[in-house]
Design a protein around this ligand. Structure first.
Ligand SMILES: *Cc1c(COP(=O)(O)O)cnc(C)c1O
Length: 419
């Protein structure tokens, strides 16, 4: 098998053979030859219906035509200038219109960079060092947030990364999701907290949906305690609703981070929010933040084209499909699944309401199921702690085949009888 041969080589050259840990699974990942629409093809000639979708960015599926055209046109004009372009203004205006809480923003290159910078400016604004994050949330791979971190950090059993100085850890406080009492308590005990950062819908410790009224109360508690609220909408932005979870749940954060869909499949991160906070960033203020590739025209055109297109299309179209697949999966698994908008997840265990629940899920069983699905031509993310996505490229026929494969795979794992 070509994938195995490549992996055997890769493992000698790169840690774990990969460029990002979530991609590594046993016995070896498949190597991609190409991808189009809802399908991804490996170097051994196998075709998969893709629900991993590069972990979220590809809401129109792989290589949509309109985006290809926009990218080719930009390539003709060059792809990195180190000087401003009008496209920055156009895209910033578009985002501001969709996210009224974002009065001012900055383009960066990754989601990690966006949360890192948002936390820095929040700390500067409040002149306080501590932050509160939610146990099991994932905000990228930088020091402040690699404490009880979800995604690959949890999958590979290192939620608290080595190499993060204790001085950082002591400034990152944690509370469980869906627990208002814990949040009130920690903010009352610690008067030196600058901000609470959270994924409004948790998508990196499996899928965990906020309970009725939770986010609204979080907003109230942060206000009462004079603490900033940062919504990390890197997954939920342009997905849960065009205007993200803040639009869906009608809660207004002080700062927001965007990424993934915002770059249309090219690297991007965006952070923004209240003007008085954002104006503290250099060169208008004294919070330093910079990047050679920030606001590069290729990422901008990919993001701008994607968001413009999304504005025209109706998210209901993919939400309806997700509901269809979600309901079918709930039926097969006797309720061990959840979905919201175009995100869904199957749980090998009870539906979690926080990180400690998620840790009780049977990740070995999930991986067995994952491989059974893969055999049947369906690609789910290779971890119980990740979520599945739908794209506009997924057809009714894809769904039909997926539900059938799901049913077979679930039975092959011996889980079907356990009603
Ligand atoms: C993916 C993700 C990030 C990190 O974004 P990168 O572009 O991978 O650095 C941050 N927060 C959330 C919620 C994410 O899902």
């Amino acid at each position: 098998m070509r994938s195995k041969e490549l992996y055997d080589e890769a493992i000698k050259l790169m840690p774990g053979g990969v460029s990002s840990p979530v991609r590594a699974f046993k016995p070896h990942p498949f190597y991609v030859e190409r991808a189009n629409g809802s399908k991804i093809y490996d170097v051994d000639g196998k075709e998969y219906i893709d629900y991993c979708l590069a972990y979220g960015p590809l809401i129109f599926g792989h290589s949509p035509e309109s985006l290809k055209k926009a990218l080719y046109e930009q390539i003709e004009k060059g792809w990195l200038y180190g000087a401003p372009v009008e496209l920055e203004i156009k895209y910033a205006k578009l985002i501001k219109k969709i996210y009224p809480s974002i009065e001012m923003l900055r383009f960066v290159n990754t989601g990690s960079e966006a949360t890192m910078s948002a936390l820095r400016v929040a700390r500067a604004f409040k002149e306080r060092d501590k932050i509160v994050k939610i146990e099991g949330s994932f905000h990228g791979s930088h020091e402040a947030v690699l404490v009880k971190a979800g995604s690959g950090a949890t999958t590979h059993g290192i939620p608290n990364s080595a190499g993060v100085p204790l001085d950082f850890v002591k400034n990152t406080l944690q509370v469980p999701f869906n627990d208002l009492e814990a949040l009130s308590y920690i903010l009352e005990k610690n008067k030196d907290v600058a901000a609470v950062i959270m994924e409004p819908v948790m998508g990196n410790s499996s899928l965990i949906i906020p309970e009725e009224g939770y986010l609204r109360e979080v907003r109230k508690i942060t206000e009462e305690n004079d603490v900033l609220l940062i919504f990390d909408e890197i997954i939920t932005g342009f997905r849960v609703s065009l205007g993200g979870a803040q639009e869906y749940y009608k809660v207004k954060p002080d700062l927001t981070t965007l990424g993934k869909i915002a770059g249309g499949g090219l690297p991007i991160g965006i952070f923004g929010g209240r003007k008085e906070i954002m104006e503290m960033i250099a060169p208008s203020g004294n919070v330093y933040q910079a990047g050679t590739f920030s606001g590069n025209p290729l990422s901008l055109i990919a993001g701008y084209t994607t968001v413009k297109e999304l504005k025209k299309r109706n998210l209901e179209e993919i939400n309806r499909k997700t509901e269809e697949i979600g309901k079918a999966i709930k039926d097969i698994t006797n309720g061990k699944a959840a979905y919201i908008s175009s995100i869904f997840c199957v749980y090998f265990g009870e539906v979690p309401r926080n990180y400690s629940d998620a840790l009780k899920l049977n990740k070995e069983a999930y991986m067995k199921f994952f491989h059974e699905l893969l055999k049947r031509g369906v690609f789910f993310p290779p971890s119980q702690f990740e979520v599945c996505f739908l794209s506009f490229a997924h057809t009714d026929y894809d769904l039909e085949k997926t539900i059938e494969a799901f049913d077979d795979a679930y039975e092959a794992c011996g889980w079907k009888q356990r009603k």
